[in-house]
Ligand binder design. Structure first.
Ligand code: IMP
Ligand code: MG
Length: 184
């Protein structure tokens, strides 16, 4: 650790090396599962941008990328299930094989809404790929095809994940000190 933001991190959960190795494994699974196809990877902004960038560079198939931004109403460390599309896809997805790339699956509120919305546009297939999964927090069931790591109910930051829009630039994933959000 050598970042000014490190002082707010209780401990490192996944180092850069661990992340790199696991992302390569997920990419290899995608290469195998989509052989002969040309998947469209949809990154859900903003949290998944780092994972997405690393993942696509480990995928060897021809693929395309697109981005979507959603915001979940409600502040703090949990989402409400009320989802708003802030930026829609640029591509038509009818008949495409979609892989939705997320940073973390928590309550499932955001993803279950988003997957429903994408299904209505008649893609050939939709799979969900998340770097982190917090199953103990699930409120809405979501079918998950690719998952990097399952974690307990910690609030984590780094590698794209934020607290109050900060910490996204940390190269590792760490547990945020509760004092950071309890003090506010
Ligand atoms: P869900 O709708 O509750 O599944 O929330 C998913 C979104 O909440 C993620 O895409 C993240 O933006 C955010 N989120 C959930 N847990 C964490 C966390 O531990 N750290 C940072 N962001 C989180
Ligand atoms: Mg997010």
């Amino acid at each position: 650790m050598e970042h000014i933001l490190d002082k707010d991190v209780e401990r490192v959960l996944f180092s850069e090396e661990q992340l790199r190795a696991r992302v390569a494994e997920i990419a290899a699974e995608i290469d195998r599962d989509y052989a002969g196809k040309e998947p469209l990877l949809v990154s859900v902004l903003r949290g998944s941008f780092v994972f997405m960038a690393d993942l696509v560079r480990q995928i060897h198939l021809p693929c395309t990328v697109d981005f979507m931004a959603v915001s979940s109403y409600g502040a703090g460390t949990s989402s409400s299930g009320q989802v708003k599309i802030v930026k829609d896809l640029s591509e038509q997805i009818e008949g495409r094989d979609l892989i939705v790339v997320e940073d973390i699956l928590d309550s499932g509120n955001t993803l279950s809404y988003l997957l429903q919305l994408l299904q209505a546009r008649k893609p050939a297939s939709v799979r969900l790929c998340t770097l982190l999964d917090k199953p103990s927090r699930r409120v809405k069931p979501v079918e998950l095809h690719y998952s990097g790591f399952t974690i307990p109910d910690y609030f984590v930051v780094g590698y794209g994940l934020d607290y109050d829009e900060k910490y996204r630039n940390l190269p590792y994933i760490g547990v945020l000190k509760p004092s950071v959000y309890e003090d506010r």
